[in-house]
Ligand binder design. Structure first.
Ligand SMILES: C[S@@+](CC[C@H](N)C(=O)[O-])C[C@H]1O[C@@H](n2cnc3c(N)ncnc32)[C@H](O)[C@@H]1O
Length: 303
């Protein structure tokens, strides 16, 4: 991937099922529902690409990003609290199989310091296929593939992303709660109107993609909690029959999304919305351009 392309992305983490492609749709939704400037809560943040896009363009005032995965949590904390040391490591770490093996040990050790776990999570995310931390290295153990383990490790571009995010540190709060606990907390259930975006582990493929995934009862529990939540909320999922059935009380908006985790494949995804939200009429939430958003923005300021 060339440098110009790298800068299109705001998150330093690659994410299987990453939702950067729907960030522009969330902007339309916020414009249409007068939510500009509100706080935003993302209990399954992963690479947090939607949160970062909204923050960088001032659609939201504050982002609460949460992920139960300790490596992901430590990575976000290090990015916000000590971006210089993170960037020093990004600039100097060897991109070799010996180092990859070392980072795997750090990642699996219970006694690793938080900053080392943070860096190991980041290193494996950038050097493994599709960003799957527990998966295989790009190019294979023999490094005989066309792409090698450094293919997604553009040091300068990654540091630029880290430094940009760190500039927003006063407007980002990171936590490591169970999402169900966060949804039931005062942050979400209290009187302040905050936009809640839930992107739970996929129903069908979640187990292969993330270290933390859900059984059917967990998906059910989240549906029950979200259905009782008064504020504006959006949920996205893989559009499996079970999920469509589980959320049958809410209008579905289905669309296709390219999955980087399995080459050239596309999956059908679905979004559900709280009843108090007007849903922008678009062909696909994943196909909204910067021009579409600018048009909606100028229309919103006319009224
Ligand atoms: C589909 S991914 C989110 C991807 C994210 N939307 C992005 O664009 O990068 C789901 C995330 O939920 C996290 N997760 C799984 N179970 C969780 C739980 N019980 N509470 C909070 N986070 C959880 C996983 O670690 C994973 O990062």
């Amino acid at each position: 991937m060339g440098k110009a392309q790298e800068t299109r992305y705001s998150s330093p983490l690659r994410y299987p099922g990453g939702k950067g492609k729907v960030a522009n749709f969330i902007k339309l939704l916020m414009l249409e529902n007068s939510l500009i400037g509100c706080d935003y809560v993302e209990p399954y943040a992963g690479g947090a690409s939607v949160a970062l896009s909204l923050l960088f363009e001032d659609y939201i005032n504050h982002a609460y990003i949460n992920d139960i995965n300790n490596g992901v949590y430590c990575f976000w904390r290090l990015t916000l609290e000590d971006p210089n040391s993170l960037c020093q490591r990004i600039m100097s770490v060897p991109l070799t199989m010996d180092e990859w093996r070392r980072q795997k040990l750090v990642h699996s050790s219970e006694s690793s310091a938080p900053e080392d776990l943070a860096f190991a999570t980041f290193y494996l995310n950038r050097t493994n296929r599709s960003g799957i931390v527990s998966g295989g290295v790009i190019g294979g153990i023999e490094q005989s593939g066309t792409w090698k383990l450094d293919a997604r490790f553009n040091r300068e571009a990654l540091c630029a992303r880290v430094n940009k995010i760190a500039k927003f540190s006063a407007r980002i709060t990171v936590s490591k709660l169970d999402a169900a606990e966060m949804i039931e907390s005062n942050l979400v259930q209290g009187d302040v109107r905050r936009l809640l975006y839930l992107d739970p582990p996929y129903f069908v493929k979640g187990e292969g993609l993330y270290d933390n995934f859900y059984a059917f009862e967990d998906h059910q529990k989240i549906r029950d909690a979200i259905s009782k939540t008064p504020g504006p909320w959006v949920v996205s999922y893989d559009a499996s029959p079970e999920i469509l059935q589980l959320y049958s009380q809410h209008n579905p908006l289905c669309y296709t999304l390219s999955y980087s985790a399995s080459k050239a494949s596309k999956g059908t995804e679905v979004m559900f919305f709280s009843p108090n939200l007007a849903i922008p009429q678009v062909a696909s939430p994943a196909g909204i351009s910067v021009v579409d958003v600018a048009r909606a923005k100028s229309a919103a300021t006319l009224f």
